[in-house]
Design a protein around this ligand. Structure first.
Ligand SMILES: [Zn+2]
Length: 202
């Protein structure tokens, strides 16, 4: 696995894109969260890293929760892929979320994406549910999730492939039980930090 950070900013940052990343697994690139100004954020990461990132080639996207700095890019991402599908018949991107996020996702997107009042979430994304009780195979990686104590439903993540584990805290207050879960077997932990009490202070 290889991981490329796209952004490390929080909702109020004037200097950084929203916290997000791409993990390249054995079979494809998986994006974690979808911040504002996604095309510019991806181009910026390309320039810094030398990776080639084609937004149209991202097959899988995981959204940890519905705060805007983590999901505001879904509207442009969804419309771009909807247009691509209309022109070329390309498959829809798979969007992986746990159930509490899935239940309210369309409520978040519909005012902007419900074209002529007839569109639905499935017109833009192929929804797959992450299950805290079992691993899900995404991009050739075994992905597990666990809820955090952030004020809205939020899932931390772990990615496992080729004997290595990458752990992703998502937004969370400082929580030793979560850190235990993240650090078990992990080779790399990405832990958020922002002002408390809903985040983890430096
Ligand atoms: Zn948040």
């Amino acid at each position: 696995m290889q991981l490329l950070m796209i952004g490390t900013g929080n909702a109020f940052s004037a200097q950084r894109f929203g916290c997000s990343a791409i993990i390249e697994g054995p079979i494809g690139k998986v994006m974690i969260d979808c911040p504002d100004s996604l095309p510019m954020a991806l181009r910026n990461a390309e320039k810094k890293s030398g990776w080639k990132i084609d937004q149209l080639a991202i097959t899988d996207l995981i959204v940890t929760h519905l705060h805007g700095d983590h999901c505001n890019g879904l509207e442009s991402f969804g419309f771009l892929r909807w247009l691509q599908r209309r022109e070329t018949g390309a498959p829809l991107p798979r969007l992986h979320v746990w159930k509490p996020v899935a239940d309210r996702l369309w409520e978040r997107l519909a005012p902007a994406m419900d074209q002529s009042g007839a569109a639905k979430l499935a017109d833009y994304f192929e929804i797959h549910l992450l299950n805290p009780d079992r691993e899900t195979l995404i991009g050739g990686m075994k992905v597990s999730c666990r809820g955090t104590q952030h004020p809205i439903p939020t899932s931390a993540l772990k990615f496992q492939a080729n004997g290595k584990v990458i752990a992703w805290s998502s937004d969370t207050p400082f929580d030793l039980a979560l850190i235990d879960w993240l650090s078990k077997d992990a080779d790399l932990i990405i832990h958020e930090t922002s002002p408390p009490p809903t985040h983890t202070p430096v």
